[in-house]
Design a protein around this ligand. Sequence first.
Ligand SMILES: [Zn+2]
Length: 356
Amino acid sequence: MGETMRAAVLHAHGGRDAIRLEEVPVPRPGPGEVRVRVHACGLNWLDVGVRRGPKFGPIPLPLIGGADIAGRVDALGPGVSGWQEGDPVVVYPLITCGLCEFCRRGEPTICPHHRIVGEHVDGGLADYTVVPAANLLSKPSGLSFVQAAALPVVAMTAWHMLLHVGQLRAGETVLVQGAGGGVASFGIQLARHAGARVLATTSTQEKMARARALGAHQVFDYRDPDWPDQVLAATQGRGVDLVQDNVGAATWPHGLRVLARGGRLVTCGSHSGAQVQVEIGAIYHRQLRILGANGGTYPDLARALALVEAGAVRPVVDRVLPLEQVHQAHRILEEGRHFGKVVIELVELPSEATRP
Ligand SMILES: [Zn+2]
């Protein structure tokens, strides 16, 4: 193998041109780590946020972004067992301490020492990456690497929001906001699989049709200012039990308004804005709950992948671009024109094209 590889490296926070395509040294796995030959890397809003600048603490630069990694195990560091070179894998993107009170009680997503692959340590927008062996999961069989790279962040996040934090139960009604996004498109499928009645909001007729195809029972156009009234009408004035929201300021006030008494709004993002006015009286009078969800746990991801393996839910890929078009990929995310995931496919080495 050569000593250098292609990588999309972030050198400064800012616009899309802050990402540069470079040749950098191939990383070596340390104790407990593996090197993964990256076949595909999905992008998330996380990548845009990391590029624009830190919200929750410092981000080390230069940095190779990309949290959603699918590829093959390429080399094992000292002390690694259970994996072999060539194994097809996906990467759980949270590296946690395992020791703090939150890790010990099964809430590693709020580990104060947690690091995210592609945010705090180098990620998958490169030919190779190094991650802890403990972060590997087998790639669901029957999925391409591109499809598999569309999964980790959205699958674990949607599972964490709806089932871990939101405690969604069969028979409840869910409203999934911004159905074009990756977390939302997975959330629609998960909620449907969990036996919920699924409502969704999005824009454009095409996205509405795609949300219905994923399993949404009813879809509302959020460009229509009357959509909250339409949601209330669709629930005979009762409202919904759970709102899944990663849109933020643009949707929060409406999401709270359409909650049923005792309903809960689960949030995991705020890319439309992070400041909202909330009427406190509405929260306590109707006994609403506002719940934060930050990523997902390894078991969340494993359970979501098991559903994918069983064919119950599927990754949604909007489009596939080569590493050289990573700037265009960021543009697509920022302009919100996608439905599902934008995935970067790394060029396969000739020797890998023939492998099983
Ligand atoms: Zn911890």
